[in-house]
Design a protein around this ligand. Structure first.
Ligand code: SAH
Length: 226
């Protein structure tokens, strides 16, 4: 197994958190239709157990969302894979990506290995700080964090080649489309009681919308919690 740096090797885990267990998760993702090798290879090496409480370790490689405290969840691996794959299908290479909802930092780690630079926004200070510590353990250094409300994107760093949100607003925040580069892609859930995953691709003249199916994410809330 080719790890991106020695920290990944050090945190690769044993038993229920071992490389074999991660490989089995990746086999399930393939069965469920994920076929981009860049996504599969990345999910094979990122130690998801590192982003969860010890008590949850043995469930780290189940294909389910799991609690991370503060009423939030780490996203389901299949959803992470599906969204990332959709972003990578773009003809525009991902130099700069904006992530809304850092949460545990798991999706952030995946993006960090696939993009030149990741800008990650979270509204709960404790989660943002914990994710920053976890990601520094993995020596991932191309990530910048912000404690802010993702409805507004990150204007100072725009435009982005890709934007991904793990929180579901009632409707598409127009500001996110504004911060997308022409040729760029945005993937996010939209809706309250019933959520659908949408992909948006910005062309010179319009925004092309694709529905990627029904999903279940936490709601996108307003303001920050310090
Ligand atoms: N990808 C993360 C998902 C965490 S759940 C992971 O796998 O761990 C979604 C996260 O979005 C939560 O941490 C929640 O606090 C955050 N969130 C909700 N509304 C937000 C907003 N307006 N701005 C930034 N983050 C938000």
């Amino acid at each position: 197994m080719q790890y991106p740096n020695p920290a990944f090797e050090a945190y690769q885990g044993l038993g229920m958190t071992s490389q074999r267990t991660r490989n089995r998760l990746v086999e399930r993702l393939i069965e469920k239709g994920i076929n981009d090798d860049r996504v599969l290879d990345t999910m094979r090496i990122v130690p998801r157990h590192l982003f969860l409480d010890e008590a949850m370790s043995s469930r780290s490689y189940e294909d389910t969302a799991l609690p991370i405290g503060y009423g939030q969840t780490i996203s389901q691996p299949w959803v992470v894979a599906k969204m990332t794959q959709w972003l990578l299908e773009s003809s525009t290479p991902i130099k700069k990506v904006l992530e809304i909802g850092t949460g545990s930092g798991y999706q952030t780690a995946i993006l960090s290995l696939l993009a030149d630079k990741v800008y990650s926004v979270e509204r709960i200070q404790a989660l943002s700080e914990r994710a920053e510590i976890t990601l520094s353990k993995l020596e991932l250094e191309n990530i910048q964090f912000s404690l802010s409300d993702g409805h507004w994107g990150w204007p100072d760093k725009a435009p982005f080649d890709a934007i991904i949100s793990a929180a579901s607003p009632a409707e598409l925040p127009q500001e996110l489309i504004n911060q997308l580069r022409v040729g760029g892609r945005l993937v996010m859930p939209i809706g309250e009681s019933r959520q659908l995953l949408y992909g948006f691709e910005k062309t010179p003249s319009k925004v092309i919308e694709t529905c990627l199916g029904e999903v279940m994410f936490v709601p996108m809330k307003s303001g920050v919690e310090a």
